[in-house]
Design a protein around this ligand. Sequence first.
Ligand SMILES: [Mg+2]
Ligand SMILES: [Zn+2]
Length: 194
Amino acid sequence: MKSQNEKYPAVYIDRDGTINVEAGYISHPDNFALYPFAAHAIRLFNIKQFYVFIVTNQTGLAKGYFDRKTLNNIHKKMTTSLKKSGAIIDKIYVCPHDKNSMIKKYRKDCNCRKPKAGLILKSFMDYTNIDRDNIYMLGDKLSDMDISKHIKFRKTILVKTGYGLSTIEKIKINNINSITIVENLLYAALEILK
Ligand SMILES: [Mg+2]
Ligand SMILES: [Zn+2]
């Protein structure tokens, strides 16, 4: 358990392509597969008393490819499977929006769709004892890396899984050099905790 009187580091982890195998719009739990190293990586953060958050754009909601109940079932599969291996996610933050959505409640030019910082800012409201000088962002896309334009992360780490390899090409083109590149989520954990 964490104390309210102490501050704790936090890691923000993208979902698709970082924790689970990238498979386009995942609209059923059967299409959701954790990477085999995901639980190990998250457990390492748990042991070091990090807050572990998932931050994910799920535009499939706005597009009507799946509903909130299905997403909850997918996330239940994820957290149950992780928990069996002793790995705990503190909270999952989802952006369901798309400014062109046919579904009114999701039609919004929101401030939480990555690379915007809304999901991270929400976690600061929910957990006031985050040590904001010790926060880390992990993901496979530029939209994950670019949150660092709004939020000061201790480290921003790109994994080579998911869209990682094509993101590396974009990073080279854009001459971004503030990003650490690692093989996968487990290597990211080792890099942060070394
Ligand atoms: Mg991703
Ligand atoms: Zn949003």
